[in-house]
Design a protein around this ligand. Structure first.
Ligand SMILES: Cc1cc2nc3c(=O)[nH]c(=O)nc-3n(C[C@H](O)[C@H](O)[C@H](O)COP(=O)(O)OP(=O)(O)OC[C@H]3O[C@@H](n4cnc5c(N)ncnc54)[C@H](O)[C@@H]3O)c2cc1C
Ligand code: FES
Length: 333
């Protein structure tokens, strides 16, 4: 019997315009925005597939930074991208963000993964209040650009220290459109008072989005609650989180092997799974990026992340194992 040759068809999801796995990209340009913030733009290695994977506003990519990997928000509107732009704050502590500042050169090559969406706009929103603090301007700019592109309403609050307003010029250019307004502010008290004002001024149907330091996000959620905003309309993205309490010791069982793992106080389930040879992806290890989400079959989960929605928590079948803990957990791994 003769075998019939089946012509090889590239799987649809492998088309270059849908790639999201780790892949090398070219550093197209590097531009200093402030003393501490630099804008990097990445493109395809060659010009054979100029369109990159599209993304929802507020998405991020994962960049290999020397020995580590970090998430960075994409700053464009996400439609038909021919390059990915990120803006990175130099933290000055010798970490991966500093590494990018010190090592990337134009025409160099860097490994990129994603885009990933965790801070997307709600599709049926009737306009958005966008609040940015410092480097948190990056996903907010992406949302603002998408709204401005579609002629939709965006009311933007941008709080930054004088001289550190990265992308303020881009936001001002968007605010030349009648559908976009921009309020620039400095100082904690002035920012809180402006956010309170803008929360009160929004028409019904508006959703609010914020990204910035923990203190600003706390102020924003507190003021939104005080102004009677439903939680489902108040969105935020964190770049980092405070160190969690050590928590109580607990035991987790790995469903596929039946192995029981002790998780002492102050040690994460993620760390113990990795110690035992169970591969689990991770990135931030602070409960903010969503990478270490694992399915749970049974047990009581003590959720300590900043990613899952109230509904996902209530379902009780998934956890972010870098920070969340539990009692008699069985993980579906
Ligand atoms: C969704 C998202 C979007 C972000 N967007 C931006 C942005 O637009 N611009 C910007 O400047 N920053 C952004 N950040 C923050 C950025 O990813 C870094 O966390 C931040 O810059 C500090 O990194 P660092 O390299 O200076 O510090 P480092 O200490 O070198 O790096 C911290 C990295 O290592 C991980 N890590 C911690 N402990 C361990 C461990 N035990 N083993 C392995 N890895 C570990 C961290 O969580 C993080 O990914 C974003 C973060 C998130 C989650
Ligand atoms: S590794 Fe980021 S949420 Fe767990």
């Amino acid at each position: 019997m003769t075998a019939v040759a089946v012509p090889e068809q590239p799987a649809a999801h492998l088309h270059p315009a849908y790639a999201t796995g780790p892949r090398p990209m070219r550093v197209v340009s590097i531009r200093r925005l402030t003393d501490e913030i630099t804008h990097f733009r990445f493109g395809p290695l060659d010009d054979s597939s100029p369109v990159l994977t599209a993304y929802q506003p507020g998405s991020h990519v994962i960049v290999t930074t020397g020995g580590g990997r970090n998430a960075y928000s994409l700053v464009d509107d996400g439609m038909y991208p021919t390059s990915y732009g990120i803006s990175v704050l130099r933290r000055g502590a010798g970490g991966g963000s500093d590494w990018l500042h010190d090592n990337l050169v134009e025409e160099g090559v860097v490994e990129i993964e994603g885009p990933r969406s965790m801070f997307a706009p709600v599709l049926d929103q009737r306009g958005a209040l966008l609040v940015a603090g410092g480097i948190g301007v990056t996903p907010v700019l992406s949302h603002a650009r998408a709204l401005a592109r579609d002629g939709r309403r965006a009311d933007i609050v941008y709080s930054y220290r004088r001289g550190s307003g990265a992308h303020a010029d881009d936001l001002r250019a968007l605010a030349a459109q009648p559908s976009v307004t921009l309020h620039e502010v400095s100082g904690a008290e002035q920012t809180a008072s402006l956010i309170a004002d803008r929360l009160r001024a929004q028409p019904l149907g508006t959703h609010a989005y914020a990204c910035g330091p923990t203190s600003l996000l706390e102020t924003y959620t507190r003021l939104a609650e005080a102004a009677g905003w439903p939680r489902a309309r108040v969105h935020l993205e964190r770049f980092a989180a405070p160190d969690p309490e050590p928590g109580d010791p607990f035991t987790a069982t790995v469903a596929s092997t039946g192995t029981s793992i002790d998780v002492p106080a102050g040690v994460s389930l993620l760390q113990r799974l990795l110690d035992t040879g169970v591969a689990v992806p991770s990135l931030c290890r602070q409960g903010v990026c969503g990478e270490c989400r694992i399915p749970v079959r049974r047990g009581t989960i003590e959720h300590r992340d900043f990613v899952l929605t109230d509904d996902e928590r209530a379902a009780g079948d998934t956890m972010l194992c870098c920070v969340s803990r539990g009692h008699d957990i069985e993980v579906d791994l």
